[in-house]
Structures are given as C-alpha cells and as structure tokens.
Design a protein around this ligand. Sequence first.
Ligand SMILES: [Mg+2]
Length: 265
Amino acid sequence: MAFSLETIRLFLLDMDGTFYLEDTLLPGALMFLDLCRERGAAFSFLTNNSSRGKEDYLNKLRRIGVSGITEQQIFTSGDATLIYLEERQIGRDLLLIGTSSLERQFAAAGYETASSTPEAVVLGFDTTLTYEKLTKLCNAVRAGLPYIATHPDLNCPVAGGYIPDIGATIAYVEAATGRRPDAVIGKPNRFILQAAARRFGCQPEEICMVGDRLYTDIALGRNGCKTVLVLCGESGREDLPGAVHQPDLVCQDLLELCQVWQKSE
Ligand SMILES: [Mg+2]
C-alpha cells in the first residue's frame, strides 16, 4: 500500500456510489464509520452539491439507517465557499445565485445575499434558476466583480438520468460575458481540500478522500491528500489507466477498506 491508513486524521467520504446507492447502504458503510470512531479518526461526508441543505443529507442518512451523524460531519461546497470568502476577506455584500437553502446558509454566516451593491458574485447549483437571475449574474460578472463558483460539475445524476448542474451555468455565463469564475471551489480543486483542512484542523496529507469517481474524488489527490477509490460506484478497474490521477489505494467497497485497515495495525 502506498500509505499507512494510521496516518490519516480525517476521512472525507463521498456519498452516492461510495457510502450508499440511492436508498441502499453499500457494503461496509456502517462498519467504516464504527472503525473511524474506534481508531479516533474523524470523518465527514463531502459533497459538491450546493443546492441542498445539511438537513436534507442528515434526513436521508437517518432514513437509510445511519445514526449519530451531526451537521459538523456534512461538508458541502457551500461550506467550503464560506471558508474561502472568510479567509480572503471578500466583503459581506454578495450577489448569491443559489437555492433558498444556500441563501439561508450564507445569511446565517452573516452575508447579505441579494445586495444592490455587491462586492462579489457567488454562483451555486441553483435548481430555482430563472432568466432574471441569469441576467443579474451576467451583469455582475461583466462588471468585473470577483466571481466564485461553488463547484464545477456539468451534470448532476438523479434517478433515471441527469439534470444540468452549475458547470452548465458557468458555460452560459462565459458565452455571454467571456469570463470564467476566478475560483471554482469544489472537488477536484484545491480550495475544498484547503477548506476541509482548516475546518477540521489538520494538514492536507493527513486527509484521505474516499470516493467512486476518478475525475472528481480521486483527482482531489493532486492537491496533496491521499485517495481511496471504491469500485462499487461509477468507476471500474478498466478506467484506471486513463485517469488523470491514480488513487493511493483501490478497494471493492468500504468493507474491503475496513479489512485492509484492520490488517494494517
Ligand atoms: Mg460518488
């Protein structure tokens, strides 16, 4: 193995395709959380999706039989964006394009989300997007304000297919204004890893991302964290040769990761 699991202080867990598949827990899911608790490693669920609030994820986890999870253990690209704004002391007056749950999250953190004199533009995954919002967004971007997007995904998988994600909006704004965001926070970019390191008080090399997608979860490893690919989601072994970044460890699922960890003491 390329690294010792004992050196990891924080596991970042992808959800869909890693921990559960729709409404079914994947093998070893609960055992992995127990093992983290037993070994004194922190864990947090990590999602790029900034359209939903933490309550949605907590409710889903409870519904499928996962107990003892707190809001602190759900880390979204929205959280990471707030840490990014805080660190860079970008002003409190924003034009935020996002769902009402993202607006509430930013308002609770002390931001004005619909300022008439915004100091920056934050774009989230907005499933309530309107032409009016797009126009406002394009005007603010054209005016040259700092422009931050919560994550890069082009599509969001849903039952039966996909819905267009924030990346499609980023492309729309670029077509209209010629500008791309100054920073895109979520996986596979370094900002979300830096934000997680700050939030959980550890170094990037003490963090391990566990996920099923090579180009987001595993590509996060190029920024200095360790990565474990699980094969129970969208990637198979045959996808590995074409990957931009190779995982430090490949396991069938979280159950096999538990077994590797238990053997490594
Ligand atoms: Mg996944």
